[in-house]
Design a protein around this ligand. Structure first.
Ligand code: HEC
Length: 427
């Protein structure tokens, strides 16, 4: 059917000389949708892509990075899972952009230009209900990759329900990604106290000894990400007295920068009736070994899941990771669908991927994660020299193979039900 339609479309359009692709009609809109999340003034990308002049100036580079699929840095292959705020190029869009350059980059009629993207201001969802920030300015040293955790009391003396978080990096020139954890134990504050500088070092998680549970993931930020509220009735529990760990990955260029990142919390309104707690269940293998020199080592994990809905998937590996995919099967292992598939994993572009439509899990369905690692000297990102056997761990030279699944379960714990009820009774 698709083929017939596109044949028809090209047949219908071919005779019209005016059907040429122009900057003002197609390309400007494509840049708005797929590039300006980062390529705009003050954001992380090194230049704005918001004018015909910019398209011409950067033309050679754009063609190279689009041809090589380096830009836009959207990692999931489009064969699987439909995600919100997808900024990947479809094959048609890619080809259209390349063809447009080949055709001499025609500008077109200025009257065809779209309205400029509205300035959302700092907070994409409006003023947050609460803002927490790193306790003090941190002077980011000039080293290339810095992973640091900063601890902030969330400041609530009762349980609250979070609908969305937005991270506003204090300095977009150096912030590469941010992951937020909830710490109910106080362990993070101990680590913080032991380190003289603000915060403490951490790499693949919230720090040595800070326990991760289904309730300890809060959210994150990667460049270009846009925020969405959780669906009606669904909330993420931020327990009273908890601390929030802001894990920063800094990527400073040639000089020292100061950063004080802040986080906006959007809470469930008293009038919203909540009936589901979202938690992050890890599908994880912690007992693998990747031999020194192994070029393509697979690591798998499969877990039977309880019935419920999947809203989000957050794949995670470190620097040896090459590919990762998460598959949904029935209890016999028969495939149902591929939830996400990333063929060129890049630690620098980790995402929190939200499904457009939640994925339904039946009781005892399985989720399987498959990671592939390159622990050879051919992997330019391999942090170990000499090569060594690698296992699970928090350090830069350790590895992880997991996917956090943001889910709601049909059968919730009694404690969660009571907490949800408590919110609902506040009305
Ligand atoms: C999610 C953020 C993001 C999006 C979306 C994005 N870029 Fe980029 N782009 C970057 C960053 C950051 C850099 C700087 C280099 C780096 O860190 O990889 C960059 C660099 C570039 C460069 C210079 C590359 C070089 O090697 O000199 C080009 C050209 C480019 N982007 C084009 C595009 C185009 C075209 C689009 C849309 C189709 C796009 N980008 C979408 C973040 C983004």
């Amino acid at each position: 059917m698709k083929l017939v339609l596109s044949l028809f479309a090209s047949f219908a359009l071919a005779p019209l000389a005016t059907a040429e692709v122009t900057y003002t009609k197609e390309i400007s809109r494509l840049f708005q949708e797929k590039c300006q999340g980062c390529h705009r003034a003050g954001d992380i990308a090194p230049f704005a892509l918001d004018s015909y002049e910019a398209a011409k100036t950067w033309g050679t580079d754009i063609q190279r990075v689009v041809k090589d699929r380096i830009m836009p840095p959207w990692k999931p292959t489009d064969a699987h899972g439909k995600f919100k705020n997808d900024f990947g190029l479809t094959e048609d869009e890619r080809q259209m952009l390349l063809d447009w350059f080949t055709a001499g980059a025609p500008e077109g009629d200025p009257a065809d230009m779209p309205e400029a993207q509205p300035e959302t201001g700092e907070w994409q969802l409006g003023e947050p209900d609460a803002v927490i920030r790193m306790p003090e300015l941190y002077n980011v040293p000039r080293r290339k990759d810095i992973y640091r955790c900063f601890v902030v009391p969330a400041g609530f003396d009762e349980d609250v329900w979070v609908k969305a978080v937005q991270v506003v990096p204090g300095n977009r020139q150096v912030a590469h990604h941010v992951i937020l954890y909830i710490d109910e134990t106080g362990k993070s504050a101990e680590l913080d106290a032991k380190d003289e500088e603000p915060g403490y070092e951490c790499f693949g998680g919230p720090g040595q000894g800070v326990q991760l549970s289904a309730g300890s993931m809060l959210g994150g930020w990667v460049p270009g990400s846009r925020q969405a509220l959780l669906p009606d009735g669904v909330g993420l529990l931020l327990p009273k007295g908890a601390r929030i760990i802001i894990q920063m990955h800094y990527f400073p260029a040639g000089k020292e920068y100061a950063d004080q990142t802040k986080v906006g919390l959007y809470l469930a309104k008293p009038e919203e009736k909540l009936n589901k707690r979202m938690v992050f269940l890890p599908v994880v293998n912690t007992s693998f070994r990747i031999p020194a020199g192994a070029k393509d080592q697979a690591v798998n994990a499969a877990f039977p899941m309880p019935a419920g809905n999947i809203y989000m998937v957050v794949p995670h590996m470190h620097l040896l990771g090459k590919k990762i995919e998460v598959n949904h099967t029935n209890f016999l292992g028969r495939p149902i669908s591929t939830l996400i598939k990333i063929d060129d994993w890049d630690f620098n572009w980790q995402g929190f991927y939200s499904f457009v439509e939640p994925v339904r899990m039946n009781n005892l369905d399985q989720l399987r994660v498959t990671c592939r690692f390159d622990n050879s000297a051919d992997n330019p990102k391999n942090p170990s020299n000499p090569l060594k056997e690698v296992r699970w761990g928090e350090g830069t030279e350790d590895e992880m193979c997991l996917a956090f699944m943001g889910v709601t379960l049909d059968n919730q714990s009694l404690i969660d039900l009571i907490k949800l009820q408590k919110h609902n009774n506040r009305r």
